[in-house]
Design a protein around this ligand. Structure first.
Ligand code: KG4
Length: 339
């Protein structure tokens, strides 16, 4: 891809789940502003995201969020080159808020509209942290709703070479965290709980899949649930710290083993982690400790850019924009978008 020799400013908008976010990014790499209005505390009382409430809360905050992103970047809408927005996958009502806001901004300003796949956005978070990072590379994308290994051949050309056949890694964290009483969102709470725990005290099953690069998390989750229930029936609660440490270590190793296969098969040694679950310290530590085995060149986004944000959408939108991809003002939300 030939990069332009003039500066390009992209306004990114993200509202696929429970964060309303807007950001201005320069040339796909430099964050000029990054505003996130999180609803997580509100959904916490329900133990998970309530879609209807999420849509209404996005509506309440989207205008101020976009206005703040522009003012934090000291920019006006007419100085922006294009508006990039997440159009899927995600919750339909939530996506519609961001998509319609972006369409409105483009309709009044005449600026081009760029549609961004949320998952490609997660991958682009790495471009914001590593100026030198260029495709080709592999990405292990682990988020609340998806788990996959993606071969990134060029900025806008990607192929999924392994994916989960059932639950996402994030669900394996969130569900078990809820059952053991850690609450929502479970991933970060389990991460904290497991610090200093014994990683080998409990052992879990290793699911097999016909394509060895595919994942399956429902078996690991059920295995963990059965252990918790058996302990409760015997009247002896599991040792929370050791249990969460062992569980997370197991998931980290399971993910790593799949990535190792992908590296061996493709010969690509540059590996990016992406998505909310890639913030997990057990996963990061395991990958760091084992990267020498395959001579991996390892990249992971800063913690704040692993979970949903609009800077990653603006970065991804930049590459779509210079690749000539434009959306019409008839753009619709695609809750089940697959790339
Ligand atoms: O990428 P993300 O913000 O949203 C999606 O696009 O899905 O990911 C949210 C997921 C949740 O399942 C959350 O529990 C998990 O990321 N997560 C973590 C950690 N921080 C967030 N999981 C494990 N350890 C963490 N430190």
């Amino acid at each position: 891809m030939i990069l332009p020799d003039k500066d390009i400013y992209i306004l990114g908008i993200e509202s696929s789940c429970d964060e309303t976010a807007a950001s201005v990014v320069l040339n796909g790499r430099k964050i000029l502003s990054n505003v996130i209005a999180s609803q997580a505390d509100f959904h916490m009382q329900y133990g998970g995201v309530v879609p209807e409430i999420a849509s209404r809360m996005h509506l309440d905050s989207v205008s101020q969020t976009v206005a703040k992103a522009l003012s934090d970047a000291s920019m006006k809408l007419d100085q922006i080159d294009a508006v990039a927005v997440t159009y899927g996958p995600g919750l339909v009502g939530a996506l519609l808020v961001g998509v319609n806001c972006a369409k409105g901004l483009c309709a009044v300003s005449g600026k081009p509209l760029v549609a961004v796949d949320h998952l490609r956005g997660h991958i682009a978070a790495n471009y914001l942290c590593f100026e030198e990072l260029e495709p080709p590379f592999l990405t292990m994308l682990v988020s609340g709703g998806n788990t996959m290994i993606v071969s990134v051949k060029d900025y806008c050309e990607m192929e999924i070479i392994g994916r989960t056949l059932d639950d996402a890694a994030g669900e394996a964290f969130d569900k078990i965290a809820r059952v053991i009483g850690l609450g929502y969102p479970g991933g970060p709470k389990m991460d904290k709980e497991g610090q200093g725990g014994d990683i080998s005290k409990y052992s879990f099953s290793v699911p097999r899949t016909p394509n060895k690069m595919d994942f399956s998390f429902s078996g690991i989750k059920t295995n963990a649930l059965n252990m918790i229930n058996e302990s409760r029936m015997k009247g002896t609660d599991i040792e929370l710290k050791d249990f969460t440490a062992s569980y997370q270590h197991h998931i980290a190793r399971y993910l790593y083993d799949h990535v190792a296969l992908a590296v061996a098969e493709t010969g690509v040694r540059k590996l990016c982690l992406a998505g909310g679950v890639s913030a997990n310290s057990f996963i990061r530590n395991y990958f760091e400790e084992h990267k020498k085995e395959y001579d991996l060149e390892l990249y992971y986004p800063k913690l704040g850019l692993c979970t949903d944000n609009a800077a990653m959408i603006a970065s991804c939108g930049y590459y779509e924009y210079i690749n000539g991809n434009r959306a019409g003002l008839d753009l619709n939300a695609r809750p089940s978008l697959r790339f």
